[in-house]
Design a protein around this ligand. Structure first.
Ligand code: KG4
Ligand code: ZN
Length: 337
């Protein structure tokens, strides 16, 4: 019998609800919160209030667009963490209420595991290519930068991690220094396309093994701009594209170097990228080039499944459903998971 999952994602600033049947997306809706742009980052209190306003209409739309009735849903999956506690509380409470009303099981999902499992989302009438195991995945988001070995759908091992900032934070914080609104990643990506990636050089970290560090780069970028702006107040405006291209180039090369190392160490050539920063065109391009050079079987998710979305929560919920991994209603959200 087919398994229909309603999935809810509310870990940060986007309210997303999806319906999946046997791992195939029937609907995946996202309500973005533009309110945070002018603050230079997500304001937790505003985020949870917006989730409260959005969650009922977004869920209603997700069910309608999936062409199903509430009674067709077999289980409710929701993001338990990591994320902003107030935001997670809204999704968790709503998921509990929904599951209770329909008397169906509740499934808690780790947001980071879901980003990686986004590679297993199926779409109707598409040539769905999915990785086989073991699968080596670079998870790069606003809060995390990790290299993960996936041994099965629900078995993962972290073999590399950032010791300070995440790659997404490097994009966002350097963007903030240039006066860009939050999140700066997409704009840097866009401007980088018109710039020279060798125009400026920034300090490259030397971190042992498969770990990452991005805080030194952020500081070196900040000091570099501070000095140049003293000489010319219009420096950023005049050099925007070159600054973005050079910054993106160094972030991408740090990420790629570690993935090459991880593949060599583990012997895994089944490779993928996931998380918000995997939407970056420079990273996608560099991964494709490396895949050709090193004979990798490469997996790059569709843009809509790279940044936060409920379809990835739904696919994780589906695999947990198949294993009977349900949770009780006293489950609490976790800011750190
Ligand atoms: O996975 P995600 O949506 O949320 C977290 O779980 O953190 O990732 C958000 C991050 C932000 O830092 C944002 O700037 C970055 O992903 N991002 C990008 C791009 N699109 C989103 N960074 C670089 N290039 C992009 N095209
Ligand atoms: Zn995320």
């Amino acid at each position: 019998m087919a398994v229909t999952i309603l999935a809810i994602e509310s870990s940060c600033d986007d309210t997303s609800v999806a319906v999946l049947r046997d791992g195939c997306v029937l609907s995946n809706l996202i309500a973005n919160q533009e309110i945070h742009m002018s603050y230079g980052g997500v304001v937790p209190e505003l985020a949870s209030r917006a989730h409260q306003a959005n969650i009922v209409p977004v869920t209603h739309q997700a069910v309608v667009r999936a062409g199903i009735k509430n009674e067709d849903i077999d289980a409710v999956a929701f993001t338990r963490g990591p994320g902003l506690l107030g935001s997670l509380l809204v999704g968790t409470s709503f998921a509990k209420g929904f599951a209770l009303a329909l008397n169906i099981p509740l499934i808690e999902v780790n947001h980071l595991q879901a980003h990686v499992l986004a590679h297993f989302i199926l779409e109707k009438d598409k040539n769905n290519r999915i990785p086989s195991f073991p699968f080596l995945c670079l998870l790069v988001s606003g809060g995390h930068t990790r290299i993960i070995v996936m041994k099965s759908h629900l078995e993962m091992e972290v073999i590399g991690n950032t010791i300070d900032d995440a790659a997404g934070e490097a994009f966002d914080k350097c963007g903030k220094v240039m006066g860009f609104t939050y999140p700066a990643g997409p704009l840097i990506d866009k401007l980088a396309k018109e710039g020279n990636r060798n125009a400026f050089k920034f300090a490259k970290p030397s971190v042992k093994g498969l770990d990452f560090s991005f805080s030194g780069l952020k500081t070196s970028f900040l000091y570099f701009l501070r000095d140049r702006l003293k000489e010319d107040p219009d420096f950023v405006e005049k050099n925007k594209a070159d600054l973005c291209a050079s910054l993106q180039h160094i972030i991408v090369s740090i990420l790629i170097n570690k993935m090459v190392k991880a593949s060599a160490l583990t012997g895994i050539r089944e490779i993928g990228i996931a998380g918000g920063v995997s939407a970056n065109s420079g990273l996608r391009e560099a991964m494709r080039e490396e895949a050709v050079r090193r004979n990798w079987n490469l997996f790059i998710p569709e843009f809509r499944y790279t940044t936060d979305n409920a379809a990835m929560i739904g696919i994780t919920g589906y695999y947990k459903y198949l294993r009977g991994e349900f949770c009780t209603h006293d489950v609490a959200p976790l800011a750190r998971y």
